[in-house]
Design a protein. Sequence first.
Length: 283
Amino acid sequence: MVKVYSVLMNKGGVGKTSLVTNLATLTALRKKRTLIIDTDGQGNCSLAFGLLPANFSRTVFDVAIGKLDFDDVIVNIDEERKKNGLDPINLPLDLAPANHEMNMLEFEVLTRLDKYPNPFRLWVKSLNAILNRYDVIFIDTPPSMGLVAGNVLSMSDHIIIPFIPESFGVSGFIRVVEALEEFEEAQGIRVNIAGVVGTMFDSRTTLHYEMMEDAKRYCRRNRIRLFETVIPRSIRYPAAFAYERKPATLVDRHHYLVVRYESLLMELMGDEQKEKQKPFWFF
Ligand SMILES: Nc1ncnc2c1ncn2[C@@H]1O[C@H](COP(=O)(O)OP(=O)(O)OP(=O)(O)O)[C@@H](O)[C@H]1O
Ligand SMILES: [Mg+2]
């Protein structure tokens, strides 16, 4: 049965796209048929694989406004890389791309609610038609809690909330958790938080340890899972992107950052083979 995970946080630069592209790469490396749905107008999921978002003439925007189906916009990342002269990655990994057109979605929908009577379910029907083709789907989101986030919630089985363990990072994720609860109540759309994950963790910064403790206390009190794994700050991710035009998980399987993504995936999917869990500061 396919599982749909989305990564959601209204702050920019917390590692949402990195989580989506690296976790999806890892599931594809495990031969799971994997789809990435990009819902962010920045189109960073395309860029992470060396593809230019503006080159896609069919995107998730067309699906949202009912012009096309997911079937019409999904591309195979390997094929697209080949078309662009990039080396193959040989993975069962597809992408439903987004580009700048997504920035018009809110205006299009909110000014024509007669045409869009269910504004938080724009993608659901079309997604249902392709679910059986995949084992796992990861959805990347823009750094805001608007119409797109609502739509993503209506498509997701599990939500992952990343945060940087700094003061505003912790209060930011608490606000998001509260907003999700309110959304669930108001819209009657089930919201299942898979967990909260610390990102850009810097082991030399005392503040990061303190903020992880704060996050741990909040999560324990509110019965929310805080993943044991934290994603360390590393030059590897920007370097992989800049030089190799693919996610870090495809560049160096043994790098400590990649090992952390593996460990997060194991926690997320409840892998039986899970290594004995290490404390969050271990890497
Ligand atoms: N573990 C890491 N260590 C250091 N830099 C990282 C790490 N992960 C991602 N980055 C870099 O940080 C920046 C933000 O990461 P990313 O794009 O994943 O965040 P985001 O939450 O998706 O941002 P946005 O909300 O703008 O889409 C990128 O330039 C990326 O290369
Ligand atoms: Mg992003």
